[in-house]
Design a protein around this ligand. Sequence first.
Ligand SMILES: [Zn+2]
Length: 333
Amino acid sequence: MSEMEPRSLTDLFASHPDDLVQPFQIEGLGIRGRVIRLGPLVDKVLTRHNYPEPVSRMLGEALALTAMIGSALKFKGRFTLQTNGKGPVSMLVADFWTAEDNGVGHLRGYALMDDERLAESIAAGRVSTADLLGEGHLAMTIDQGADMERYQGIVELGAGGLSAAAHEYFASSEQIATRIRLAAGPLFQREADGHAGTTWRAGAIMIQHIARDGGLTGHRETEDAKPPTDEEENWNRASILLGTVEDHELLDPALASTRLLYRLFHEDGVRVYDPSDVAFGCHCSRERMGSVIRSFGVEEIDDMAEDGVIEATCEFCSEVYLFAADELKEGLE
Ligand SMILES: [Zn+2]
């Protein structure tokens, strides 16, 4: 994004607010950041999974967070966010990669849960992210391909949910002062023809402190993630403004991300860069699914087969693949 010229906000007020990543910079405060708006994409993912509402909400936030961090990577590769916890939702997985030909980001995700424990938790009103995920960890993995080193940062899940865990990740792994707000929720909409329904939306906003040499704070040898004292005031101001963002402002389809940025930071000289698109993208295939099942071995394949047929569903996109057990066992001992 740094190669692109910033554009004035008023040019972009008319830009479409959905399924996009909107980078920005606040020159007066030494801040860079991005806004994520997810509309049809997150509605498609969450509607297809059809999880109980608190799980959809949490996965919606995880998708927005994944798009935020994944789209900020400077190099090509897949970014994966995964939680593992002792709560009723044992796992959330989301991943993001950017297509090299058109720059479109591809996002997908799913959740694994214990239905019985989840129902008990919901009935008891324990529906916060901390309640649902329980004690555990959040892992962020950057995979740059077969020949490249894989990088993984792991932080504890705490009472502050996904955004607090992400703050911890940036502070400990990258030493970049970072603040993130996440929101996801169902939006009740009535169409012109009177038809009413609920659609899912998710949004996020992040700010990061830029050091005076133009790099991010983490690129210098600082002892902690905080900017130097003389810049603390600017950072605090930006953090306080970020704290005023309401969930509905991150979710409202009528409020363009550029207008939200103007509302928050116009006094400080906020500039926006060209937004990039995000689309649902699953890279599962029959071949890949087949090789996963083959890796379990002959005995397992026989156990999985019913009347000689194995049915395998992609957790991310719900695509169903059918295999003949004999076909999968070919060449296996
Ligand atoms: Zn799939």
